[in-house]
Design a protein around this ligand. Structure first.
Ligand SMILES: [Zn+2]
Length: 579
């Protein structure tokens, strides 16, 4: 194991989970030892994400995610366990023991170096005669002055040129393939993945070249070819041009559809444009955006696909407490075409007049109903009330409520009543969900991860109870008369073994320290188990006895069941009914 338990315990002591989580999630409500905020891992409007300072764990009653401070950083920063440890060590100003450095570190550095070399190679090709096709394309789009700031390049129409150049620089076959720059052909030789394409390096906010996106020069398919995910590149966690947009003084980030749109927008003076790469906007990309801005302006294509993508993006951005506007582009298919025809100032006007997401969605909703019929108006009223009920501010609800009421042709009072009805419904549903999970006695809930599903739920509930009491009141229990083999759930048995081993050594149970022995799924389960505190210290002995009896009873029932089935088989055979 790469890190010592002492080191991991010290690490989690110096990175208090409430402090760390607060840097990402405002914890606005308190209930007992738990602080609550809006879950960063799933969209929600009422807080069900809890952090417990005593136990140093987090747990979401909505999506079920949970674990230690290390798991939180793994999840939210998309890091491996060793990288999350490094991250927290840096945060706390701790030295990571030398010999436990991540083995991937070397490979990662090599890959970033290779990517940088490849970007230089592509850039040089664009500037010379061989890159004339690329230059012509750049000139046609009017983006020549953007070649340098974006580090744009050209992949020659050849099977070998990058392979040869990088091999000459000492990179191995394996490194070229791992970085997604080359592929292995049928004959076993390497060939260049990107050919005859305008190349855009994808650069992260630290300035590393992490991948590439290549645009075809004619109308061929695919329009964009993107690097596969690698050790240093994850498409769903990266945004094209965020390295440039983060320096913008505009106060907002402009979300466009493709790389060329982004480059054209920068060329026209909109230096805060970014795009997702080969995917529609993901929750991880939205979180990344939220770190750099408080306002996102969506400027997708004018077609049906673009509008649908915009609706989706709103849904993903909304939980992050960002101001969201949507630009409508009249008479052009995309921002670039509009700017070419009308100039940058006209586009700036569009941005300034862009409706916020509520107006945009009300408008889209209205378009779905025939408002000249009673049925259409009722349908619109219901849908609009649902939308407005989800707005957090009462002033916003008031203003948009008035507008929607007017549109539906009902009195503002009637509309307001409908909104309040939906809000009460939502609040009751959220409360019910939380209560069910938090304060009911331990009940049969299958773990989030399919691989961990319990076979005998009745026994598993008691097994969870044993773990809960052992971790919370270790001083009350000596040796518990159970072994891991008594557990029907292998994962609970494994956790039981690890926990009792720690207690035998006189250590406390720290999820952070268990983090390298168990995966995130197992720790999520343990965090969920520890979250329960309905059994108090004076009742713990009694409850432990009950759990042990339950586990034994279930085990006996299972063996008896087997015996009975065996007996029935025998009967059938002796009486000759068997088939
Ligand atoms: Zn959640």
């Amino acid at each position: 194991m790469p890190f010592s338990e002492d080191f991991l315990e010290e690490l989690s002591r110096r990175n208090d989970i409430v402090d760390v989580v607060s840097g990402y999630v405002p914890l606005t409500k308190r209930s007992g030892a738990n602080m609550f905020g809006l879950c960063p891992f799933h969209g929600e409007k009422t807080p069900s994400f809890s952090v417990n300072a005593d136990k140093q764990i987090y747990h979401c009653f909505g999506c079920g995610k949970g674990g230690s401070v290390i798991n939180f950083i793994m999840e939210i920063e998309n890091l491996s366990f060793p990288d999350a440890v490094q991250f927290l060590a840096r945060r706390a100003g701790m030295e990571v023991p030398e010999d436990t450095q991540d083995v991937n570190r070397g490979r990662r550095t090599r890959m970033l170096d290779l990517n940088r070399e490849a970007a230089r190679f592509f850039h040089a090709r664009l500037m010379e005669d061989a890159g004339r096709a690329g230059q012509a394309y750049v000139d046609r789009r009017g983006i020549r002055s953007m070649v340098k700031p974006f580090g744009m390049g050209f992949a020659p129409d050849s099977w070998q040129s990058l392979t040869d150049a990088m091999t000459a620089k000492g990179y191995t076959r394996q490194e070229l393939v791992d970085a997604g720059l080359c592929r292995v052909g049928k004959s076993g030789g390497l060939y260049d993945y990107f050919r005859n394409r305008l190349m855009f390096p994808v650069i992260d906010v630290r300035g590393n070249v992490i991948g590439f996106s290549g645009r075809i020069l004619d109308d061929g398919e695919p329009k964009y070819l993107n690097s596969p995910d690698t050790l240093v590149y994850s498409k769903s966690h990266s945004l094209f041009a965020l390295n440039l947009a983060k320096k913008s003084k505009s106060g907002y980030i402009l979300l466009a559809e493709g790389n060329i749109d982004v480059v054209s927008l920068h060329q026209a003076g909109f230096d805060s444009a970014v795009a997702s790469l080969g995917t529609s906007l993901t929750a991880d990309q939205a979180r990344l955006l939220a770190r750099y801005t408080s306002q996102v302006i969506i400027a997708y294509d004018n077609d049906a696909a673009g509008q649908k993508a915009a609706q989706r993006a709103i849904g993903i951005l909304q939980p992050l407490d960002l101001r969201i506007n949507v630009v409508k582009i009249p008479g052009a298919k995309d921002p670039d075409e509009f700017i070419q025809a009308n100039g940058p100032q006209a586009f700036r006007n569009l941005i300034e007049r862009s409706g916020n997401q509520v107006e945009y969605r009300l408008e889209q909703t209205a378009a779905e109903y025939a408002l000249d019929t009673d049925a259409g108006r009722v349908g619109y009223l219901r849908a609009a009330a649902k939308l407005i009920a989800s707005l957090p501010g009462s002033v916003e609800r008031e203003i948009y409520g008035l507008r929607a009421a007017e549109k539906a042709g009902v009195s503002p009072e009637a509309f307001k009543l409908e909104v309040e009805r939906v809000r009460k419904q939502n609040a009751a549903a959220a409360r019910k969900q939380r209560d069910r999970e938090a304060s009911a006695p331990l009940r049969a809930v299958q773990p989030q991860s399919r691989e961990l599903r319990f076979e005998n739920v009745r026994s598993a509930v008691a097994e969870e109870g044993v773990l809960n009491l052992l971790c919370r009141f270790p001083e009350q229990f000596g040796a518990v008369p159970l072994t891991a083999a008594d557990f029907t759930s292998p994962v609970l048995g494994g956790l039981y073994e690890a926990v009792t081993e720690r207690l035998r050594q006189g250590r406390s149970v720290s999820l952070a320290a268990l983090g390298q022995q168990f995966g995130p799924d197992e720790l999520t389960l343990l965090a969920k188990i520890l979250q329960h505190d309905e059994i108090s210290a004076p009742a713990a002995q009694q409850a432990m006895g009950d759990y042990i009896n339950k586990i034994r009873a279930e085990r006996d029932r299972a063996t008896r069941g087997q015996d009975l089935r065996g007996y029935a088989e025998k009967l059938k055979q002796t009486k000759g009914y068997g088939s």
